[in-house]
Design a protein around this ligand. Structure first.
Ligand SMILES: *Cc1c(COP(=O)(O)O)cnc(C)c1O
Length: 225
């Protein structure tokens, strides 16, 4: 087995254990394998090990890896999980199945225009700034419901859930719990929360998708490219 296949198996085991500990149904948590900064070969290794769902945070990088893999892997799915500039909206709609980083009104407008122009419909998660941190993107907590309404009613976007990145410091669990509560209140079934360091806590609080990069693909070398 390759290192990536081994890591994947280990993470999937930990997800299954955390799901069982939370008394949640088997298979109710999906793994988004975050392959950002890693080459297409790493994605191919993961595909060979049976992983079909991937996350990338930069559209340009994803566009260089994923479209070529689609013909041979029709069941593969790609989530865009990173901050999206409005001028990249069209490229994102072109290559992604789900965009998890819907985080401001201007972007909603650009994505709606891109959908119309391309004749495509995608799924979206609203990214919430659960810590209300100044430097972090995401909709302020108090504006989540209004923003959701605008995305649906003004822009016709198919929003299916919520996504968050809790503050780096402190216990993430209250933030995960808050997101789950909002999701229930707003009738949004998908909750993308939890990364390599905290996905078990996120599962305990109701995550349906965990985004794990480092624990599968290894450390990222941002300096090299
Ligand atoms: C990079 C990234 C992840 C994965 O983080 P790891 O700590 O490597 O598991 C998850 N979510 C987002 C939005 C990311 O940018």
């Amino acid at each position: 087995m390759t290192a990536i296949a081994e890591n994947l198996r280990r993470i999937l085991d930990r997800i299954a254990d955390a799901t069982a500990r939370a008394n949640r149904p088997e298979g109710s948590v999906r793994l988004v394998a975050v392959s950002k900064t890693h080459p297409a070969e790493a994605v191919i290794e993961a595909l060979a090990a049976g992983q079909l769902l991937f996350g990338e945070n930069r559209v340009q990088e994803a566009a260089g890896k994923f479209p070529d893999l689609r013909p041979a892997h029709p069941a593969m799915r790609l989530h865009v999980i990173g901050g999206l500039q409005t001028n990249k909206a069209e490229d994102a709609v072109k290559i992604a199945d789900v965009i998890e980083s819907l985080d401001r009104p201007k972007l909603a407008q650009s994505l709606a225009r891109a959908e119309q122009k391309l004749g495509l419909k995608r799924k979206y998660l609203v990214q919430v700034n659960v810590g209300d941190e100044d430097q972090k993107s995401g909709i302020p907590r108090a504006e989540t419901a209004d923003f959701l309404r605008a995305c649906r009613e003004e822009h016709g976007l198919n929003v299916t859930g919520l996504m968050c990145i809790p503050p780096a410091e402190g216990d993430p669990r209250p933030h995960f719990a808050w997101l789950a509560e909002q999701g229930a209140k707003l009738g949004l079934p998908i909750l993308s929360m939890g990364m390599s360091g905290d996905f078990e806590a996120a599962i305990a609080e109701g995550a349906t998708h965990v985004r794990v990069g480092t624990a599968i693909f290894g450390h990222r070398d941002y300096g090299a490219s």
